[in-house]
Each structure stands twice: as C-alpha cells, then as structure tokens.
Design a binder for this molecule. Structure first.
Ligand code: PCA
Length: 212
C-alpha cells in the first residue's frame, strides 16, 4: 500500500502537457511507496476525484501538485483560501467567479506540510524552491482547500499543495519567455519534499516570509 499519494493535473489553458502530472508519475515510477493520480482540471470533478484517490490508496501523506506557469521555483504552498475566481474557463468550460470552495467553510486553511523544512530539503537536492503564500483562486487552490477540508475525515493524514514551473518543452513549444525546470528536477524536488514531510512533524523555525 502506498504511503504517499501524489496528485498532478491534466493539461489546461491550451497546454498539451502538465508538468505536475509528468513529475508525480515519474516519482511513482521511481518509488514503490508513492502512488500517482491525475486530477481533472475541472471545478466540478477535481474534488470527487481527490476523495476517491485518498479512499483507494489510504496514504499517510497527500501531496497535491499543480503547474504555476511563470514561477521559477518549486513552491510549497502555505495557505488555501475559500474562494474560486477563475481567470479562464476550466477544461469543462466552467468559469465560476467569486464563489466559495466550501459554502460556510472557514476563510482559509493552512497546509499541514512542514513547508520550510521541505524548501530546505528541495534546495539541498539542488532544485530552486521557496515557500509561497498564495495558491491563486483557480482549480489548484480549490483542490488545496478541498484537501485540507477533507483530511480531518482521515485522522493522522497530513497534506498540502505544491506549485511547479513550466517544463522546458512547454516553453520551447510556445516560444514564451518563461522560466522552467525539467520534469526530472521537479520529480527530484517532490521526492525530497515527501521524504522530509514524512519524517518532519515540527517545521523549521526560520524566516520564509514575504512583504508582498
Ligand atoms: N494549475 C492550475 C490548475 C491546474 C494546474 O496544474 C492552478 O494553478 O490553479
């Protein structure tokens, strides 16, 4: 039985691949203790798919991963907000604006991953990383919020969300001037993150704050 469940997303926004799914499936191919599941980039189906994956794999750690095109680093997310405000339609053509992920739910949830220790471990593995304080208001934030809302049903299970940059192939295919990281390096980062999260329950007390 897999100890760690990693999810990635289907391609969206006109892309033909999503490095989050490419990287988590690569980690699962490398390691018997990691299961990878692809989530649809759809507001109506992503959270039922996440619940089904947790019920199937019964992990002790859940790491959901998504693409954040334009970011240059692997960024463990600290906080999920109870807000959907879609800039573009999802893969089902839905574009909800200013609706909660969970009606009546708390405004926000914090990750239960030790994000600072994870960032230190990812850097140690040679991959650029930093803590992020916003997962946006699109499907990734929805999945992150939904995960943190769901986890109390699974006592002892910790989890959180990580955004990753474009892959070099995506940047080359579109000609956009955006930073990128190879799928192998993203996979290295996710392995370091999972290993650290499994063994670290108290996060490092170091500054990772931001003024903006
Ligand atoms: N990134 C999007 C949704 C799916 C993905 O990989 C986001 O950041 O919301």
């Amino acid at each position: 039985m897999a100890r760690v469940l990693m999810t990635g997303f289907a391609p969206f926004g006109g892309e033909s691949v999503n490095p989050s799914w490419q990287a988590v499936s690569r980690v699962a191919a490398r390691r018997a203790d990691v299961a990878a599941v692809e989530l649809p980039c759809e507001f109506s189906t992503s959270l039922p798919a996440l619940r089904a994956a947790i019920e199937e794999h019964r992990p002790s750690l859940v790491v959901c991963v998504g693409q954040a095109g334009g970011r240059a680093e692997v960024t463990p997310e600290r906080v999920a907000v109870n807000l959907i405000d879609a800039r573009i339609p999802d893969n089902a053509g839905e574009q909800p604006v200013d609706v909660p992920v969970v009606p009546g739910g708390p405004a926000a949830y914090f990750t239960t991953l030790p994000v600072k220790a994870c960032v230190a471990a990812i850097r140690e593995a040679g991959v650029p990383a930093s803590v992020s304080h916003t997962a946006g208001t699109y499907v990734c934030n929805q999945v992150f919020y939904g995960l943190m809302h769901l986890l109390p049903e699974f006592p002892g299970v910790r989890g959180g969300f990580v955004h990753v940059p474009f892959s070099p192939e995506q940047v080359a295919a579109s000609g956009k001037a955006a930073p990128s990281l190879s799928v192998d390096r993203i996979a290295d980062a996710l392995e370091a993150l999972a290993d650290t999260a499994v063994k670290t329950t108290e996060d490092l007390v170091v500054s990772a704050g931001a003024e903006h």
